[in-house]
Design a protein around this ligand. Sequence first.
Ligand code: TEU
Length: 543
Amino acid sequence: QASRDWWRDAVIYQVYIRSFADGNGDGEGDIAGLRDRLPYLHDLGIDALWINPWYPSPLNDGGYDVADFRDIDPRFGDLAQAKALLDEAHGLGLKVLLDIVPNHSSWDHRWFKEALAAGPGSPERARYIFRDGRGDDGELPPNNWRSVFGGPAWKRVTEPDGTPGQWFFHIFDVSQPDFDWENPEVKAEFLDILRFWFDLGVDGFRIDVAHGMVKDMDGPDLPYDESGLLDRPSIADHPFFDRDGVHEIYRGWREIADSYDPPKLYVAEAWVEPASRLARYLRDDELHSAFNFDYLKSAWTAADLRRSIDDSVTVLGSVGAPATWVLENHDVERVVTRYGRTVTAAGAGHAGRMSGPVDVELGTRRARAAALLMLALPGGAYVYQGQELGLAEVLDLPDESLQDPVWERSGHTERGRDGCRVPLPWAVSGSSHGFGSGGSWLPQPSGWGRQSVEAESGDPASVLSLYRSALRSRRDIPSAEPLIWLPSDTDVLAFQRGASFVCVVNLGAAPVELPAHREVILASDPLTPDALLPADATVWLAV
Ligand code: TEU
């Protein structure tokens, strides 16, 4: 990975640190646990890690409520351990990306406490978005905007003199006040935070809500649907998502990244549609790459996947950015469950969750096929911890264990995102299946040990073995060769990369024939006795 463009076809493994591995036995994952497991990640065959927020935080939103952007939460470790982790990862040839959260802080951040104490009109308040309320006594929020997690996007504060006062704005949880990005102090602060981590040796950042930050606070009231939720920007000229001004910020950030040798990397988490809007972020003087959520949201059909693949390759390619492929992250339902829904589309819900019966066996076959498809496509790919074990969404967490603010803020109508954040099973048996000696902060389901790293490592037919083989064989796919579609049935996707590599995915219900004179490199499921590709399976072929 000596190349400066290592990220263009990298496989990046997402570490949700709180649930990865617990080194100190407090029931929460930590840096010590991650350091112990670096050899596992190295053997898996990934190129880089992206670590979810590990900063001091009350963890109201899993650490996306940051109280100090330049430190580590004591539950996860300290800066010395972070440095040691970076050195060890680099020693194994793994790059490390962190998660930066520039749209908001925690209400425990020193700046926010100062803002409350200093009162209306102060420079301290000007770092956030405070406004007077409507109504005779300012008792109504400044407008009707709602939080992504449910409820109003405004919270009234008590002024230092004890009277009810101004309102502050929060796109997400009430404990996550939004910064005012018009304020030069906010801009300067984040440039400094970027340098702080780059100087420590971090290789890049995943940018949280990269389409946020810049707002038109004078914008009009918004038309909400019945549920009152506006999860995604569904209107043109949205007052707080994907505004033009955000691009200027990234031009400043890119200068900093490019001032290092080798240059640092930025990956945008931007729920922006269509692809042409997303492409505006991906320029030589802005961000390098972005998660492909259109692909994540595609249905398990040849038509949908093909359209999404073509869109990404063409539109992102036209601006010189690599396509990226994402099936899971800490916000969405695990792919085994998503593709295992026997009734789809109905009730597509918040945070990518749906309702309806799940066939885990079917979902697992599709998830295996989807993994081989994703890893055969040109560009970079992301793997969320546990995806390589084929973990399903944990749908039956007890109510009292749920931590995601979505559960509370939606008035208990949405169960939230905890089901994909359950601590990993490392061992067949023992305390929390090898996660750590002190239990696990979310309860693990029964049978979790069968999907542990230990169990799957010894089983050549496991999802883990499939990922290991695929990540190894992927290195032989000519990365510079574009995807060329081959003629196929409507329910089949078939393409080649270079002269010798072919990938075939069967999304139909019946087994299909494979191109002749090819040798099987890897298949997500065994071929039928007469060498047909079964339904919901993918095969890699060589001449
Ligand atoms: O997510 C931003 C986002 O737009 C969502 O996918 C959101 O999580 C979902 O709609 C909630 O139902 C990022 C982080 O990935 C997420 O974990 C944080 O909660 C959020 O930002 C706030 O920082």
